[in-house]
Ligand binder design. Sequence first.
Ligand code: RB5
Length: 146
Amino acid sequence: MERRTIAIGSDHAAIEMKNFIRDELEFDGYSVKDMWTNTPEAVDYPDIAHPLAELISKKSADLGILICGTGIGMSLTANQHEWVRAAVCRNIETAELARQHNDANIICMPGRFIDEKLAYEMVKIFLSTEFEWGRHENRVNKISNF
Ligand code: RB5
């Protein structure tokens, strides 16, 4: 099977969680692009989210993972990019539905409100769930302004 490329990034609020997930995914056999941050200094979440979203938009990575304190800033930023559907998820069910119903291609997670174990479980379900098409296709097609 072709190795899938996953891009991952966080701001200072979730570096350890980001690195934990990155390492687990590499261990699982994914090709992982670490889009930072990797230093403890505060960074502005758009500086991480824009380059990662650009990778997804250009199809240089298959799916993305963005983590900040709430997941919200990352999502708002990433959704400015063409073809990007970045969904804030905070449990396994929403991570699964974001793929099944919304064809989300970036999962955004609230690093300050979930633990690493749950975050990794959410990522695993997000990466392994397919879009359901059917009635959801037309709805997803109506989202974009681009
Ligand atoms: C950083 O303090 C925090 O604002 C950021 O991680 C994120 O929650 C923004 O949406």
